[in-house]
Design a protein around this ligand. Structure first.
Ligand SMILES: Nc1ncnc2c1ncn2[C@@H]1O[C@H](COP(=O)(O)OP(=O)(O)OP(=O)(O)O)[C@@H](O)[C@H]1O
Length: 296
């Protein structure tokens, strides 16, 4: 049953930079149910991060609205925590202190000091970082930093977790481990998640729905694919599952079709440009001949 926990309503985004206006998003409509895992996929530069930033309240849309649990989103808030591709941990704080900073801010009224301490440890243990509480970011690997970032985001108990290519900077093995962790945590906590990814397998493995954006400018939602694979999901078993491969093909087909359209548009523009150039050269030659004739 749909409960429209989060709704993105007719969102447009136009940037104005150095006197140039560029429309990035046009008429984005999407509703997300509580506990749903949504991936957003689309070609580079189409506006995925812009859309996520609008939901996060970091960017104000030109028109339209984002409604979360009955309230309009107008600014960043603890009900939406964001994990970026490159960790945003404070380098002078330890792993524990990085999470504590967020927890002390968001749970000051709901948890006493001892409860907050337990909560910080619990969230770090959930992502397998309970052994490194006193390490500073420079002393741990990229994958570990992302784990801490995810623990920090989860510890804030957000209504929506926003993940902007959270595994994009990691090697394949670390990436796979973290995907497993996120699936396990998702099964346990039932978070509502919106994740940007470029990775088709990752999108199919983790999502309930994949939202595919058309190429910009003025990107729209091109298609939405329901991923009806039972959970928990096992990547090895899914590799031979015809449904899994069908979903992969669907996303790839969408991305390649969009790419082909862009290429043929660019070729057409190039051909038109060449034709115009040729005609201009012909005109100039004719004019030069006329001038020569007039002189004679
Ligand atoms: N603050 C801004 N001012 C002007 N233009 C911007 C701003 N932020 C983003 N853009 C432009 O909006 C377009 C979409 O950018 P965005 O980062 O949302 O795309 P994306 O799909 O997330 O890209 P990628 O997959 O490469 O990360 C780009 O052309 C970008 O240059």
């Amino acid at each position: 049953m749909s409960n429209r926990y989060l709704s993105i309503e007719n969102v447009d985004m136009t940037f104005h930079a150095k006197g140039v206006e560029s429309q990035v998003l046009k008429g984005i409509d999407l509703t997300v149910d509580r506990g749903e895992y949504i991936s957003i996929i689309g070609h580079s530069g189409c506006g995925k991060s812009t859309l996520l930033n609008i939901v996060a309240g970091l960017t104000e849309s030109t028109s339209g609205a984002v409604i979360l649990d009955g309230k309009e989103v107008n600014s960043p808030g603890p009900d939406r925590s964001v994990v970026f591709q490159n960790h945003s941990l404070l380098p002078w704080l330890t792993v524990y202190e990085n999470v504590a900073l967020a927890v002390n801010k968001t749970c000051a009224r709901t948890k006493n000091k001892a409860e907050r301490h337990e909560w910080i440890i619990k969230n770090l243990e959930m992502v397998g970082m309970g052994h490194a509480l006193d390490k500073r970011p420079a002393e741990i690997s990229g994958g570990m930093k992302q784990r801490v970032g995810i623990a920090r985001a989860l510890a804030m108990e957000p209504k929506v977790l926003l993940l902007d290519e959270p595994f994009g900077a990691l090697d394949a093995l670390t990436r796979a481990h973290l995907q497993e962790e996120v699936m396990r945590i998702q099964d346990e906590l039932g978070n509502t998640v919106i994740m940007i990814t470029h990775d088709v397998d990752e999108a199919v493995l983790l999502s309930d729905r994949i939202v595919m954006l058309t190429n910009g400018p003025s990107a729209r939602i091109g298609e939405i694919l329901d991923i009806e694979l039972p959970r928990p999901r096992d990547r090895i078993a899914l590799a031979d599952d015809p449904r899994y491969n069908h979903y992969r093909q669907e996303v790839l087909r969408f991305l390649y079709e969009k790419q082909r359209k862009v290429e043929s548009l660019a070729q057409r523009r190039g051909a038109v440009g060449e034709k115009e150039k040729g005609e201009k050269q012909k005109d100039e030659k004719e004019k030069a001949k006329e001038r020569a004739r007039a002189k004679a």
